[in-house]
Write a protein that binds this ligand. Structure first.
Ligand code: GLC
Length: 571
């Protein structure tokens, strides 16, 4: 654990914003992708974003368009979503979300806000984050910390409620932590690594407050959180998008923080793929779960963070170089993911019939995947219509498990093409019992058991079948599902899931996760009053009530970024 008594003086100077300093995504030439799309002339329900352009009144903000409005219109297709200053007020929920047919707010909403406010963590008088869980019943372990990934739904709830200050404080505080020297034993970690979590230590005798941060040196398995830096960039863009305050992202220290994160993941090495090579347990699934290699969660967050950085980086000297590298990587990454991680009925059938031991450029089975390694469950799981990005692809390795976070982020970031996004939602609808069951939403599907569990988890008693990271159900994922539903124009799916959660979440004390094939049982070691379960519910409710919030966490497909040739006619 790294400790340091931090000087909290921040450079409060606010720069004038020049819209020309921010990049327009449309300027980039994505047209040189190797494959051309087939004309999929399908009558699909248009995404919410598409509809928003033609049917929603643009600029429905009560304020006249500011420089910031124009600035956003310049690069973001979700124009109609941007409404700076639309909400104000600090202590009570302002939006009308949560109202049922009787126009009464759901009682859980007020309770959730109370809980969320009680989870606030202060440093020298300022709120800087939310504690992971307010569960005093058991030993705390590290649940008394502010986790970067856990804070994301809290941050979104506060932004949606017109309370951006805490988010700004968090962004700046974690940025200060990034600049600490990070060591595990005698090894120094990369400069750009963001902490997994931090906590505030109070010394009543000396009357000081000290921050303690964990960059992986205290974490189970000593793994650095690869996702933290990506979430930080994604949050910076959400803050900027929601408030219209571009000055935060434009601060030199924020620009530098972004560049340091990007340096870590854009550096050259021995890679033959544009995906990011990871250790097991470096993200939400922070224990050994066989997700080492190229896990979908990290690849989707990587893609999303790159797209957000492209919107936020200034085109000055160092920024410009990064912008060029990002564009190249986005190109390669989207091609790789859409081609090799995508699975639908047609693709599954192709793999089933793969030849092996092909050598040279003409190989069809490029990674030499053995058809015998196809698990039996996947043949039943795959619906006629639908598909998903599989868990991992590497040499002779395809992990066919379905992971919720990666697939939802793929939709929100437009890593998934429009057709793929629709197919992911089709699959969720067709496999409702398996993926949603009694409590939304499975972190992964299916569980690994018996011998496989022994080998893959190292006999982890916390990750037994259908528990925790191994096929457990996590209420926090509700916000991601809701956002994906709105983006694909299917809010009714989210509504169904939220209704399910409302039957139990509060009664059960807002658990961290549920166990069992259907997610019927409160998790074996689940914390109660888990903040991201609470915040995830609030964000889902607010987004459904006011879909314009989607703009904070979604990016539309770049029109010039041509999707790769579809392998399937199943959607
Ligand atoms: C668990 C989860 C991790 C989360 C942490 C705090 O370790 O696996 O994703 O950040 O708890 O809630």
């Amino acid at each position: 654990m790294s400790t340091l008594t931090v000087d909290v003086q921040q450079n409060g100077s606010v720069k004038n914003v020049d819209s020309s300093s921010v990049h327009e995504l449309d300027e980039y030439d994505f047209s040189r992708l190797p494959d051309r799309p087939r004309n999929l002339n399908l009558e699909r329900q248009r995404s919410f974003d598409e509809r928003s352009l033609t049917e929603l009144p643009l600029g429905f903000s009560p304020h006249p368009p500011s420089r910031a409005d124009n600035f956003y219109r310049a690069f973001d297709v979700l124009d109609g979503f941007f409404s700076p200053g639309r909400r104000s007020g600090l202590s009570t929920p302002k939006s009308l979300f949560g109202y049922g047919p009787s126009n009464e707010p759901h009682p859980m909403v007020a309770e959730a806000w109370d809980n969320l406010r009680r989870s606030l963590v202060y440093f020298r008088g300022q709120p800087v984050g939310t504690i992971a869980a307010l569960d005093n019943s058991e030993e705390n372990l590290n649940y008394d910390q502010v986790f970067v990934r856990d804070f994301v739904p809290s941050a979104l709830a506060f932004l949606m409620n017109g309370e951006p200050e805490i988010v700004k404080n968090f962004i700046l505080k974690t940025l200060r932590l990034q600049s600490w020297e990070k060591r595990i034993d005698r090894f120094q970690l990369g400069e750009g690594v963001m902490p997994a979590s931090f906590k505030v230590l109070h010394d009543p005798t000396r009357n000081t407050e000290t921050l303690i941060a964990d960059f992986g040196e205290s974490a189970i398995g000593r793994v650095a959180p690869v996702d933290s830096g990506f979430w930080w960039i994604i949050l910076l863009r959400a803050y900027t998008k929601s408030t219209g305050d571009t000055s935060l992202a434009e601060r030199p220290e924020c620009q530098k923080g972004m560049r340091l994160i990007l340096s870590l993941c854009l550096s050259e090495g021995f890679d033959t793929f544009p995906t990011l090579l990871c250790a097991d347990g470096c993200s939400m699934i922070d224990r050994r779960m066989g997700v080492y290699g190229y896990p979908i969660e990290i690849q989707a967050l990587f893609f999303m963070a790159l797209r957000c950085a492209l919107l936020l980086l200034k085109q000055d000297g160092p920024g410009k170089e990064f912008i060029e590298r990002i564009i190249k990587r986005l190109h390669a990454l989207s091609y790789h993911m859409r081609s090799y991680f995508w699975l639908d009925l047609k693709q599954l059938n192709d793999i089933y019939r793969y030849k092996t031991e092909e050598y040279s450029h003409t190989a069809v089975n490029k990674f030499n995947v053995m058809p015998d390694s196809l698990p039996e469950w996947v043949f039943d799981f795959m619906p006629l219509h639908g598909g998903y990005f599989i868990g991992n692809v590497g040499p002779s390795n395809m992990d066919f498990r379905w992971f919720c976070l990666g697939n939802c982020i793929a939709i929100l970031s437009s890593l998934a093409t429009h057709e793929q996004a629709m197919a992911i939602m089709d699959l969720i609808e067709s496999r409702w019992e398996e993926l949603v069951g009694d409590m939304p939403l499975k972190v992964s599907y299916p569980a690994i058991e018996s011998h496989e569990w022994r080998i893959i988890t190292g006999c982890d008693p916390k990750n037994t079948r259908w528990s925790y990271h191994n096929g457990g159900s996590w209420p926090v994922l509700l916000w991601l599902l809701t956002a994906a539903c709105i983006k694909t124009g299917r809010p009714q799916i989210a509504r169904r899931a939220i209704e399910l959660a409302e039957t139990r979440l509060s009664k059960d004390g807002w658990p961290e996760y549920y166990d069992g094939k259907l997610g019927r049982y409160i998790g074996k070691q689940a914390r109660k009053h888990q903040t991201w379960s609470i915040a995830g519910y609030l964000v889902a409710k607010m987004m459904l009530e006011d879909p314009s919030h989607l703009g904070m966490v979604a990016i539309e497909e770049d029109k010039q970024m041509k999707p790769v040739l579809k392998r399937s006619s199943s959607f």
